[in-house]
Design a protein around this ligand. Structure first.
Ligand code: ADP
Ligand code: MG
Length: 693
């Protein structure tokens, strides 16, 4: 049970004064539905309103707070703005409004009285003015204007003043909590206590205090990382105690499979298969990650592991992110294992009732050996006979929370996670905890390098012709639309516009479109039209990064390639070159390219090695951008920033080990305090693993 001390933080934000359903919805969208979610919504800079210069000396762009007397109000006519003339001993200026109501202005600006205005000063053709000031108040209420004001990320419909007020109310709900950080460490770091740290986080006095290096921020980041590591460790501990299966096979199925395989395994595939086999034979639970570039043959390695499980009379489950991908894997694995005495079963939420019943029956009775499934596998009515191995494609981006839910199913299957993102080891800690890693470092023989070219966007016509020619031959093409800032809506506009244009050139039935805002059913239908149907061109925002496998695709066009991360470009490029025909990748760039952007695109032309590309990307752009991007696959921390808090993560991990060694059930005073911490970050499920949870 959550300590009642924390109750105020777990109330709905709508229980706060002044927050009705309307703002509640905006706030939920921005930070989350609960009061506690507001605490983690940190300001990213400040506005300093303390400057009160002489009007004659104020600088354009400067934020000023001035006491002035109202002289005249001149309402704007036609499209002209309204102007309120104000003055003080240091000069005069105008307060400017577009589309103002006369009555409102007269009320706010009583002629002859002294008021306070705060806003951005401007010099418009020699006219000194403030347009749409942030604050206009009678002199008596001057104190309501903050000297330094924190600035938060906003969402449309939510005024910054309302958000600030709401966060201030949320802060008042924060109780003083028992300290969970080791006293010596806290002292050594010179960090404030939790309650104080929160107050400081939301009342920065300068931009510097808004950075991730600020002590208050570091403390809260450490809290978040410690909660993460502790939750992972508790879950792992629990499943370890339950003990894994020792999956020992006789090697017969694997041997039979390999003799019918039309190609040789690469050396690193052999090595990875051996490492995995060793883990599976062991009584402890396997937690292993298989890292390998796109096309390095991870699926085959996973299949060998699954065959070992079958030999040991256990089921395996391959988890994939979409129905379409599940079907694809089902088809290709069925084909490649034809002739082997095994049954592969498909389970996803779009199966019709009869097919679903049949799949569930096969899974429950054990006639299904290998199950290929989507999230649907975790539904309550799904039961395995004897699940020994789960293979997860990292594209799932399972968070710690889902992982906890998985362990609640009570089974302790071996776990193999496949990833194509070469993220630094320390960072994998945050989603997977301590995992062993196997790497596929070579590509299968005979792979052709994809012919990668960079082309100016001004040559769009030629690119369109190239696409048209490709499609005529029966081959297929992808067209990825630019990522514009972090806004899906703008991405979408670009994609739909391109879709309209290409339909004109190629004919409606030849062009499919997918983007993140689409209903998933619609998206899968469009994907299907491309993968199996007539559509020769697929226009997409980056959603197609989630591994689709369409062997006929031999052309990849990426618009505004300079806006993508290199690793991301590499992933996208890996969608082509999957058959014996030569493949091409066209990187379209804007003409105004800087040096770094040029170097990055050159890199793409010159190498096909994902690890090298990732390293170079890290070097060129710095960890902040690479790891901070929404494509990195890292968990979303609210306070911690993994590009600067890596060291804290290491410490949190070591700390966790010590804590659980001394106090495995979190029953000492510090242990009890740590329970508060876990609840704060909503790791309730981790607490349930404790004896007295
Ligand atoms: P990944 O999942 O690592 O991106 P896949 O497992 O999908 O790569 O493999 C890509 C393609 O390469 C598949 O068509 C697979 O059959 C083929 N492949 C895998 N291993 C080899 C190998 N050793 N030699 C030749 N082709 C291979
Ligand atoms: Mg794959």
């Amino acid at each position: 049970m959550r300590p009642s001390l924390l109750d105020p933080l777990f109330a709905s934000t709508q229980s706060l004064k002044g927050i009705g359903p309307r703002f509640g919805v905006f706030i939920a969208k921005l930070c989350g539905p609960l009061v506690v979610d507001l605490l983690w919504h940190k300001p990213f800079r400040v506005i300093d309103r303390s400057a009160a210069p002489a009007i004659m000396r104020a600088l354009p762009g400067q934020t000023v707070t001035l006491e002035v007397t109202v002289e005249t109000i001149q309402m704007g006519k036609h499209s002209q703005p309204s102007r309120v003339r104000v003055s003080n001993a240091t000069g005069f200026m105008d307060i400017v409004y577009f589309k103002a109501h006369e009555a409102t202005l007269e009320k706010q600006f009583p002629v002859g009285e002294t008021i306070v205005v705060s806003g951005t000063f401007d010099d418009f053709n020699g006219k000194k003015q403030i347009t749409h000031p942030d604050y206009v108040l009678p002199l008596s209420r001057k104190d309501e204007i903050p000297k330094v004001e924190p600035i938060y990320n906003l969402t449309a419909g939510l005024p910054s003043k309302s958000l600030r007020k709401t966060i201030a109310l949320a802060l008042q709900c924060a109780p003083e909590l028992p300290e969970w950080i080791d006293a010596d460490y806290l002292k050594k770091q010179n960090w404030p206590i939790w309650h104080k740290a929160l107050q400081t986080l939301h009342n920065p006095r300068s931009d510097v205090e808004c950075t991730s290096q600020n002590p208050a921020r570091c403390r809260l980041a450490y809290d978040e990382l410690l909660a993460n590591q502790l939750a992972l460790a508790l879950t792992r501990e629990k499943t370890r105690v339950l003990k894994g299966h020792a999956l020992i096979g006789d090697g017969n199925l694997q041997k039979q499979f390999l003799t019918q395989l039309p190609f040789e395994l690469t050396n690193s595939q052999k090595e990875a298969i051996k490492e995995i086999a060793g883990d599976m034979q062991h009584g402890n639970r396997m937690l292993r990650m298989l890292q390998g570039d796109v096309g390095s043959g991870k699926t085959l390695v996973a299949l060998m592991a699954m065959l070992q499980a079958v030999e040991a009379d256990a089921q395996s489950c391959l988890m994939v992110p979409t129905e379409l991908l599940a079907q694809q894997h089902f088809a290709s694995l069925s084909k490649i294992t034809a002739g082997l005495p095994i049954t592969i079963t498909l389970l996803h939420s779009k199966l019709n009732a009869a097919a679903r019943r049949e799949a569930l029956e096969a899974m429950g009775s054990g006639t299904a050996h290998i199950i290929i499934g989507t999230h649907a596998v975790f539904q309550d009515d799904v039961h395995f006979h004897n699940l020994g191995l789960i293979v997860i494609d990292e594209q799932h981006r399972f968070g710690v929370h889902q992982r906890l839910a998985l362990s609640e199913k009570g089974t302790t299957p071996d776990l193999l996670v496949m990833t194509a993102t070469p993220i630094p080891r320390t960072l994998t800690l945050t989603t997977y905890g301590d995992m062993e890693v196997s790497k596929l470092t070579e590509k299968p023989a005979g792979r052709r390098m994809i012919d990668t070219r960079t082309i100016s966007l001004s040559r769009m016509d030629e690119v369109v012709d190239a696409v048209a020619r490709k499609i005529k031959t029966g081959e297929k093409a992808y067209w990825v639309c630019p990522l514009v800032e972090e806004s899906e809506l703008i991405d979408l506009a670009a994609a739909t516009e391109r879709h309209a244009m290409m339909k004109l050139h190629l004919g409606e039935e030849n062009v499919a479109l997918v983007h993140g805002q689409m209903k998933s059913l619609m998206r899968e239908q469009e994907m299907e039209r491309f993968a199996k149907g007539n559509a020769g061109l697929l226009i997409a925002t980056t959603v197609i990064e989630v591994g689709v496998d369409v062997p006929e695709a031999t052309l990849m066009v990426i618009e505004h390639a300079e806006r993508f991360g290199l690793a991301q470009l590499h992933q996208l490029r890996g969608r082509v070159g999957r058959n014996d025909k030569p493949s091409t990748c066209l990187l379209l760039f804007s003409d105004k390219l800087g040096e770094v952007a040029k170097a990055r695109l050159k890199m793409m032309r010159e190498t096909d090695d994902g690890f090298k590309i990732a390293e170079e990307d890290l070097r060129l752009r710095g960890p902040g951008e690479v790891l901070g991007s929404r494509q990195s696959g890292l968990p979303d921390f609210k306070i911690a920033d993994l590009s600067t808090h890596q060291e804290l993560l290491q410490t949190a991990r070591d700390d966790t080990k010590l804590i659980l060694h001394k106090d495995p059930d979190l029953e000492t005073p510090r242990g009890k305090a740590l329970r508060h911490l876990l609840y704060l970050f909503q790791y309730d499920k981790a607490i349930k693993t404790l004896r007295s949870g």
